[in-house]
Design a protein around this ligand. Structure first.
Ligand SMILES: C[S@@+](CC[C@H](N)C(=O)[O-])C[C@H]1O[C@@H](n2cnc3c(N)ncnc32)[C@H](O)[C@@H]1O
Ligand code: SF4
Length: 402
């Protein structure tokens, strides 16, 4: 979900001022002041309400990253533009796609990947207390369960030795349903102290179970990163996430912040995420208006539209997702920058592959570094980057590569 549009805030800006800011940033870049230009463009991309300007920023940000030697990040920036179906790409998206193709040609197609996954998603449980309309969990047919502490420990011990790794303690399910979450958090904190490596970790939650007692025990265990999936204000949230209650989740978020204050915790990191079909919709502006004074981070996330699911459109109506359009040409889906571990220890490589059909083995058999650099995973990378999805069952059905 990290590949989506992220806006820390939506600022009130005017068109000509933003245009001038863009010009000023590009001017810096042309003068060779890459870092400065990069920062200004990054801020502009996050704050502007103008989609086209944001796209222009992303295109140039990719160019700067490439010049700075970070091709992986450059490709990520361009992919945000180019991963649209061909018939919906505009001139900027097409230019981004051309940049990606050129990079592929020059580099022999396989994207450069770090030798250890920068982000590991641990499905500490795939049980859930809600049945959200849009959730890819609706397509999950594997058995449900909680991750054993032994499985967790194997992953944590290897991952915590690698600087810069981010561990997400969730995948398909509600992490607060795992009663061992506090113990897992405490273990990660102990590993961090022991190794001196500052592993970053956090949860994403629907917030329904995070009452003050649970907040206190998680904070005491050492958890600081809390993402709340709050997809709408009163009424909307209940429609999108049957079983959820806006007033309860709001109370729990504010309660968490109060409890942190009582415990003297100053490094609490709360992020509110909102799925949205159109970041410029009035309901999004109302949402941001309500939450901007309360939390530092608001992430607006594009909805992955999977056949059989439903979602809330920009006009507030609930729409059913139909089958993907087979006539559309396939393109590189952008997956490959993270590793997932299912609750039973099975490795997975791609978020939309909810049943783990791209088989890579189990943590009891092989370590993270081994699987991440294995011939099997490299072959999958090669195939998806070439948009050659035939015979890869989840990819053949996936809406992300059209
Ligand atoms: C699968 S949930 C698991 C964690 C927790 N149960 C929750 O709801 O936050 C993780 C994230 O996936 C997001 N998500 C679910 N369905 C999605 C979709 N169709 N497109 C994009 N994100 C989705 C949720 O909003 C949530 O932020
Ligand atoms: S709460 Fe999270 S995991 Fe559960 S159905 Fe909703 S989005 Fe999916």
């Amino acid at each position: 979900m990290d590949d989506n549009l992220c806006m820390a805030a939506i600022a009130e800006r005017t068109g000509p001022l933003e245009e001038a800011e863009f010009e000023a940033a590009v001017h810096r870049i042309n003068q060779g002041r890459l870092q400065e230009g990069y920062q200004r463009l990054g801020t502009l991309a996050k704050t502007t309400r103008d989609d086209r300007l944001r796209s222009r920023c992303m295109l140039v940000l990719g160019d700067v990253l490439e010049r700075m030697g970070d091709l992986q990040e450059a490709l990520r920036a361009w992919s945000m533009l180019a991963d649209k179906p061909a018939d919906r790409r505009n001139d900027i998206d097409r230019r981004a796609r051309a940049r990606i193709m050129r990079a592929f040609d020059e580099k022999g197609l396989l994207l450069p990947v770090p030798d250890f996954p920068p982000r590991i998603q641990l499905e500490i449980t795939n049980r859930c207390n809600l049945r959200c309309l849009m959730c890819t969990r609706n397509q999950m047919t594997r058995p449900t369960g909680d991750m054993s502490f032994e499985t967790f420990r194997r992953v944590a011990d290897e991952a915590c030795l690698e600087p810069g790794v981010v561990i997400c303690l969730y995948y398909l399910g509600e992490p607060l349903l795992n009663p061992a979450l506090e113990e897992m958090v405490a273990y990660l904190c102990a590993n961090r102290r022991r190794s001196g490596v500052n592993t970053v970790f956090g949860i994403q939650t629907n917030g329904m179970l995070l009452n003050r007692d649970r907040a206190r025990s998680l904070l005491r265990a050492g958890l600081r990163g809390f993402g709340f999936s709050l997809d709408g204000l009163e009424g909307d949230l209940e429609r999108i996430r049957p079983g959820a209650s806006y007033s309860v989740v709001e109370r729990h978020i504010l309660g968490l912040m109060e409890v942190a204050g009582e415990l003297g915790i100053h490094d609490l990191d709360v992020c509110i995420t909102k799925l949205c079909d159109d970041p410029a919709a009035p309901e999004v502006a109302r949402f941001v208006e309500r939450w901007r004074p309360r939390v530092a981070n608001i992430n607006l996330i594009g909805i992955s539209k999977v056949e059989g699911n439903a979602y809330m459109a920009a006009d507030g109506t609930i729409r059913q997702v139909g089958p993907p359009d087979d006539a559309r040409p396939r393109h590189y889906c952008g997956q490959g920058s993270r590793l997932l571990v299912h609750w039973n220890g099975d490795y997975a490589f791609c978020c939309p592959d909810v049943n783990g059909e791209l088989r890579l083995g189990n943590v009891a058999e092989r370590g993270i570094r081994e699987v991440w650099n294995s011939p099997e995973i490299n072959e999958i990378r090669r195939r998806i980057q070439a948009a050659d999805y035939t015979g890869l069952p989840p990819c053949e059905r996936c809406p992300h590569n059209r």
